[in-house]
Design a protein around this ligand. Structure first.
Ligand SMILES: [Zn+2]
Length: 317
């Protein structure tokens, strides 16, 4: 169930562009960052005012090379202040993320015989009306859907009280055909040739149970305790971390290229490319949040797939 890596040339073309900066032509190379590099910069829109430049600068420093060398804050500021260079970099970055997310693949496992059916996100868009997914929000990285909602804040007088976990329902399903036994996936990064031997490449996506999510909050962001410096953003008020934590809860398995298991935790999710997290976020919506309707005329519901042995099933949870 491992699809072929893509032609590297396709990705290379998307990674490279050139901009004119202070009168000089500069070569830009975009490096898709890991969650560890940028998830702390993914902030709810109401929390962005006053921090726009810092957020954008931080992300450009993590993502942009100029003439083959990483950039520093002052280079990022040159780009941010250039009315022509900034839109060019922002647009190139959006194309790159959009392309990467589309490279992820789902493998819906037949409930009758355990054979799998390979699907891309476009399948869910056509068959189950998955809405277009947003990778960026203006110049910023979009807040992943699983970051929402934010767990309700504790009462003013008990700031260290645990926040209640959100109950997530699965969209309505008809009684037949059966649903997938399992939703496996291959991450975009491996298909784009961006993973090393120890990196996660594939796994299985399950559900987010409120009790498991609550336990994850207690373990990884305990109320009333300070986080170490490198984990300052591991908090319920930070959209990037909420998405990482909930993805880690939704993953039932994760493995590297040699099929060695990797425990799904915020620590291992933090090592994924941010585009991998975006793919898993969209795949969760595709397999949990879209209603499947039973047509009145007795036809199979839209979205029904057939395994190689011909068993019909729905590639959703
Ligand atoms: Zn089958």
């Amino acid at each position: 169930m491992m699809p072929e890596p893509l032609a590297v040339g396709c990705l290379d073309a998307l990674r490279r562009t050139s901009i004119s900066l202070a009168g000089t032509e500069r070569r830009v190379t975009l490096d898709p960052p890991r969650c560890a590099d940028v998830a702390g910069l993914v902030v709810d829109p109401p929390r962005r005012p006053g921090r726009e430049r810092a957020l954008l600068r931080g992300e450009l420093v993590q993502t942009v090379d100029l003439d083959g060398a990483p950039i520093w804050a002052e280079h990022a500021d040159l780009i941010i202040d250039d009315p022509v260079a900034l839109p060019a970099v922002i647009a190139a970055r959006e194309r790159l993320y959009a392309f990467l997310v589309e490279q992820g693949r789902a493998f819906a496992v037949c409930p009758s015989c355990a054979a799998d059916v390979e699907l891309d996100l476009a399948f869910y868009a056509v068959a189950l009306r998955l809405a277009p997914w947003q990778v960026t929000d203006g110049p910023f990285l979009a807040v992943p859907r699983l970051a929402l909602p934010e767990p309700p804040a504790p009462p003013m007088l008990c700031p260290n009280e645990e926040r209640p976990a959100v109950v997530r329902k699965i969209a309505p399903r008809p009684p037949s055909p059966l649903r997938a036994e399992r939703i496996d996936f291959v991450l975009p990064s491996v298909r784009a040739g961006l993973t090393g031997t120890d990196d996660a490449v594939a796994g299985s996506l399950g559900d987010i149970e409120p009790a498991v999510e609550a336990a994850a909050w207690r373990r990884w962001a305990p109320p009333g305790q300070d986080q170490p410096d490198e984990r300052m953003y591991w908090a319920p008020t930070r959209a990037g971390f909420r998405a990482m934590l909930r993805i880690s809860v939704a993953l039932t398995s994760l493995r590297d290229a040699r099929s060695r298991p990797i425990a799904p935790t915020p620590e291992s999710v933090e090592q994924l490319l941010f585009a991998d997290l975006q793919f898993l976020d969209v795949l969760y919506t595709a397999t949990h949040d879209l209603p499947v309707e039973l047509p009145a005329d007795g036809r199979e519901p839209s979205g029904t797939v057939h395994c190689p042995s011909g068993h019909p099933f729905l590639p959703v949870r």
